[in-house]
Design a protein around this ligand. Structure first.
Ligand code: SF4
Ligand code: SF4
Length: 437
């Protein structure tokens, strides 16, 4: 069997066996949730509730405050205890969050307006997706209604569903593909209608062949093709996935829509189905709790705003746990505050035991970082230019094309953490130049 793939990349141990057999469970609704108004890429939502307000599950608590922004809903039925600034793991600074405490009353839902999508217009469906506060659940948290509204000059002909789940340890998308395939089918058909595309493709790494076979069976006689991809990191990065499936190359600095493609994650597609068909706003998401420092790894549907301490406790975190990561070890964010709440983009929580100390040594010019880079960059050079604050030179050498996948650092025998300096250089450059060369 020929497996589709891309150039570059690395083969970190998958570690999927820790949680892959664990069926998705419904995690208990926590007593208190901490819901960031910045639960998406773009401008934070504007708070529309105040302290002491009673809220239903699904009620809007934040409204979009710009073109790239999203609605935020209450994940439980209760009372707004406070609106306060708490540390945001993605932004790395305190940001406004609505703290909601559960009341003893039965859960009451405020659902979205429901429509028969087959006879609804694209605009009506897009409005439901927007009202549901759906964002990219793969981690980027880009508002989905914006992604599904490309400018008219960008002709979209292909929808790709990212089922690669190439990040080590994580298994939630795998479980969703096995357990929620019918919902996925409806979500894909709805999204195809919104984009007016005639074909859709699902890309899944070859370490999940049972999911490939299962979806091929469920999607039989539909315009959806399921592809087995080589198991290689970062197979699920948008540009690599698009190239593997369509052979189209997204230009440097460009977007998937520049080559007629829109990519959606498995969880996002199911959230679209739940919003449009069931009227459910995005108040929960699937995630994996896993890692060597977790004694009972699991996959679960969890309310947004649940403190990760409760998930780690349920997973039986060991005393020798050294690192807790939101997401997986390659692209995730290490957190040291265990009260950090689940965000819309939290695909997993990985707890790891102590590893050997990270001792950076001088570069030996071996070129292994270049071989690993899926974007065809020279990571050692970007690292050098970034650390010397030569940001313009770094940009001229492709700094802004780096997808921060960490393949270079993984492959480097001198344990040089290129990503740290690259990320910082990008931030400084964009702050200084506003993204303009
Ligand atoms: S330079 Fe960027 S894109 Fe290339 S391997 Fe390193 S992190 Fe990934
Ligand atoms: S892999 Fe590491 S040691 Fe080798 S060239 Fe790149 S930065 Fe230098």
């Amino acid at each position: 069997m020929r497996l589709l793939t891309f150039k570059g990349g690395v083969h970190p141990p998958g570690k999927k066996e820790l949680a892959r057999e664990q069926k998705i469970q419904i995690f208990p609704i926590p007593k208190t949730v901490y819901v960031f108004l910045s639960n998406h890429a773009g401008a934070p939502a504007k708070c529309v509730v105040k302290q002491e307000d009673r809220v239903k599950t699904g009620q809007i608590i934040g409204e979009p405050s710009g073109f790239i922004s999203a609605y935020v809903h209450s994940p439980l039925t209760g009372v707004v205890k406070s609106i306060e600034k708490i540390y945001h793991p993605v932004h790395g600074k305190p940001m406004e969050a609505v703290v909601i405490e559960q009341t003893d009353n039965e859960e009451e839902w405020e659902l979205l307006e429901r429509k028969v999508w087959e006879s609804s217009s694209k605009e009506e469906i897009l409005e439901i997706i927007k009202k549901a506060g759906i964002v990219g659940l793969g981690g980027a948290m880009f508002p989905t209604h914006v992604k599904l509204s490309p400018p008219p000059e960008k002709r979209i002909d292909t929808l790709i569903i990212n089922g690669a789940e190439c990040e080590p340890y994580l298994t939630i998308d795998y479980r969703l593909m096995l357990e929620n395939a019918e919902e996925m089918l409806q979500g894909i058909l709805i999204t195809m209608k919104v984009l007016s595309v005639k074909e859709a493709h699902v890309g899944i790494e070859s370490n999940k062949m049972d999911a490939v076979q299962h979806l091929r069976k469920v999607f039989k006689n539909t315009p959806i093709k399921v592809h087995a991809l080589k198991t290689k990191y970062p197979q699920g990065a948008e540009k690599q996935l698009i190239h593997a499936i369509t052979k189209r190359k997204v230009p440097a600095g460009g977007l998937p829509m520049d080559v007629g493609v829109v990519v959606q994650n498995v969880g996002t597609i199911i959230a679209i189905k739940k919003a449009v068909v069931d009227g459910m706003p995005l108040v929960e998401r699937g995630l994996t709790v896993t890692g060597e420092a977790i004694t009972k790894p699991f996959n679960a549907i969890v309310r947004i705003g649940t403190p990760i301490s409760q998930l780690l406790e349920a997973g039986g975190i060991t005393e020798d746990a050294e690192r807790v990561i939101l997401g997986g070890p390659m692209m995730g964010i290490a957190v040291n505050r265990l009260e950090t709440p689940v965000l819309k983009g939290t695909s997993g929580i990985t707890a790891l035991r102590a590893s050997k100390p990270w001792e950076e040594k001088p570069c030996i010019r071996c070129g292994k970082c270049i071989t690993a880079c899926p974007m065809g960059l020279e990571p050692y050079l970007l690292n050098l230019l970034s650390s010397k604050k030569r940001y313009d030179d770094a940009v001229n050498n492709g700094l802004l094309n780096c997808i921060e996948c960490g393949s270079c650092a993984y492959n480097c025998p001198s344990k040089i953490d290129h990503v740290r300096s690259i990320k910082l250089a990008k931030k400084v450059y964009l702050a200084l130049r506003g993204g303009k060369k």
